[in-house]
Design a protein around this ligand. Structure first.
Ligand SMILES: [Zn+2]
Length: 280
């Protein structure tokens, strides 16, 4: 199409933030950090390369995902442990916080709950910021690598994509079939993954993760959580995913419980207060 005569003027309009987030409830990071100091480790799960594993974290506990052995990206799913219909909503986390999450930002659940289910307490990669390509770490823009897209694009039958890894782990954890587990798996927080959108074509890109062994992302569990983490077959996601060619490493998940009373009168956030009458 031919540009209208005022095209430059229209493009020059300044953007406005869709969801100014200065009215979001602010997590009490000082309280969480104080409670974390004397917390003791109560569980550890090692996620093998190209596999996933589940873990459980009670409300008020902490969980830490650590890179061990080599640079590795992880795909994280979270559910309310008591009601699996409440689960992480990556699209809303993106709308509220931006394309990548870091310290103080939160993992929100979907409708009709829409409340923080986990809060990022520490991020050893928070120094990375946004690089010259527009890339940053821990994204909520990618979905999760899956065998259907591979089949669509290349006719492949690869079984260790994060989607399938998460399905097997959830099926084993809940003792349900793969068919029952699959609808529970949802869009992820891409832990340690470095991604962005190209400026010229707007395409989703990935690049080698800056994560190194010892780096971690630590969360405060706002509600009782069931978590599942997949060690992505893409490894550090420097070249490709959805195959067995990339170097792949385990990821460690540790759960820490605070001392009795360390959180004072803290309670889990309430579910969203919209009245759900939807105009009727
Ligand atoms: Zn993956």
């Amino acid at each position: 199409m031919t540009e209208p005569t005022d095209a430059a003027v229209r493009r020059a309009v300044k953007p406005v933030i869709c969801y100014p987030n200065d009215t979001l409830p602010v997590p009490d990071l000082d309280l969480y950090r104080a409670a974390r100091e004397a917390a003791r480790k109560v569980d550890e799960v090692m996620v093998p390369p190209r596999e996933a594993a589940c873990f459980r974290v009670a409300a008020g506990q902490f969980f830490r995902i650590t890179s061990v052995e080599g640079p590795q990206v992880g795909d994280l799913n979270l559910w309310n442990a008591q009601d699996l219909s409440e689960r992480f909503y990556s699209g809303k986390a993106r709308a509220l916080h931006g394309t990548h999450l870091t310290t103080g930002e939160r993992m929100w659940s979907g409708f009709p709950y829409l409340r923080p289910i986990a809060t990022i307490l520490e991020d050893t990669l928070d120094w990375y910021g946004i690089d010259e390509y527009g890339g940053s770490v821990h994204d909520v823009i990618g979905t999760r690598c899956d065998p259907y897209t591979g089949n669509l694009l290349a006719g492949s039958q690869y079984h260790h994509c994060c989607h399938s890894n998460l399905i097997r782990a959830v099926a084993d954890e809940l003792d349900v079939s793969l068919e029952e587990a699959e609808p529970l798996v949802h869009d992820v927080l891409n832990v340690f993954m470095c991604t962005g959108f190209t400026r010229d074509t707007g395409q989703y890109f990935m690049k080698a993760s800056p994560v190194r062994p010892g780096d971690y992302l630590e969360f405060f569990a706002e509600i009782d959580l069931l978590g599942a983490l997949s060690a992505c077959p893409g490894g550090d996601c420097s070249a490709e995913h959805s195959s067995d060619t990339a170097a792949c490493y385990p990821l460690k998940v540790e759960v820490f419980a605070p001392e009795e009373g360390a959180l004072g009168d803290w309670v889990s956030p309430p579910v969203n207060r919209y009245d759900r009458t939807h105009g009727r």
